[in-house]
Ligand binder design. Structure first.
Ligand SMILES: Nc1ncnc2c1ncn2[C@@H]1O[C@H](COP(=O)(O)OP(=O)(O)O)[C@@H](O)[C@H]1O
Ligand SMILES: Nc1ccn([C@@H]2O[C@H](COP(=O)(O)OP(=O)(O)O)[C@@H](O)[C@H]2O)c(=O)n1
Length: 240
């Protein structure tokens, strides 16, 4: 069985489907709390990018593990997040800044082919727990699809952030000029369907707080996360 994160860093685990607001809301909430932020989807995206770069077969689990052997992930938990990878081309390691490259519709369209592999997930989850354990920060908001259930099921704060597919597509389309609302809606529905075969990020597990941001603006969504963290802190201090 995989270990779970148990270090003293306070963990705020947030899961949810594409476009629910997890990344942007988590980042803003982490900022206000003085916590770091770990975007786990960016690591899956960086592997999909690396597979494209090396010509690996994304559907083949052994090929993806081989990519991971020559791949090293670089991220920061504080400040402007840049995503980098070190990739060995057979002779030497090269550094790539893939902050923008991993957000393209092409990478979004491929990433579920990587995240479906159980052994890839196990290795990434170990990496996520290590990043948090070595962070030295008072707290880290960690967001993805299986954080509340697999990566950090013991986190003192666990949230499932959702929004209706229509709202999520409208938000995502706002970030992708040139793509129609219908195309974005079809893309995120297709990706959610594939991802949901691997982990359940549409229904809150027992003890997980559901935050539906469909009718919330950005500020209200941030406040809902902060309120959930405050409520958990109050409960903990009253039982200590
Ligand atoms: N509650 C909200 N109201 C309005 N816009 C939002 C809200 N939450 C997120 N957004 C915007 O929607 C877009 C997608 O959010 P993002 O955080 O990338 O979602 P996710 O990480 O869940 O895919 C971003 O442009 C973000 O600023
Ligand atoms: N904890 C996680 C995070 C992401 N993922 C995968 O990584 C992809 C990209 O995640 P993301 O969080 O960047 O996606 P968005 O919700 O931001 O569109 C998802 O579609 C999943 O396939 C996952 O399987 N488990």
């Amino acid at each position: 069985m995989e270990d779970t994160v148990t270090e003293t860093t306070v963990l705020v685990a947030i899961d949810g489907p594409a476009g629910s607001g997890k990344s942007s809301v988590s980042r803003a909430a982490a900022d206000r709390l003085g916590f770091g932020i770990l975007d786990t989807g960016a690591a899956y995206r960086s592997l999909a990018w690396a597979a494209g770069e090396t010509g690996a077969d994304l559907d083949d689990e052994a090929s993806m593990l081989a990519v991971m052997d020559r791949w090293s992930y670089q991220t920061t938990l504080l400040g402007d997040q840049r995503i980098g990878v070190l990739l060995n081309d057979g002779a030497e390691y090269k550094t790539y800044d893939i902050t923008a490259a991993i957000r393209t519709p092409e990478v979004s369209g491929q990433v579920s082919r990587v995240s479906k592999h159980a052994s890839v997930r196990v290795r990434l989850n170990e990496m996520f727990r290590q990043i948090v354990a070595e962070s030295g920060l008072p707290g880290v908001v960690i967001e993805g699809r299986d954080i509340t259930t697999v990566v950090a099921p013991d986190a003192p704060v666990r949230i499932l952030m959702t929004a209706s597919p229509e709202v999520r597509a409208t938000r995502r389309a706002g970030e992708l000029p040139g793509m129609s609302h219908e195309q974005v809606l079809a893309d995120i529905n297709a990706r959610d369907m594939k991802d949901a075969k691997v982990v359940d990020f549409l229904n809150p597990a027992p003890g997980v707080t559901l935050i539906d941001t469909s009718d919330m603006n950005f500020e209200q969504s941030i406040q809902a996360v902060i309120d959930t963290v405050d409520a958990a802190r109050t409960t903990r201090s009253s039982t200590e």
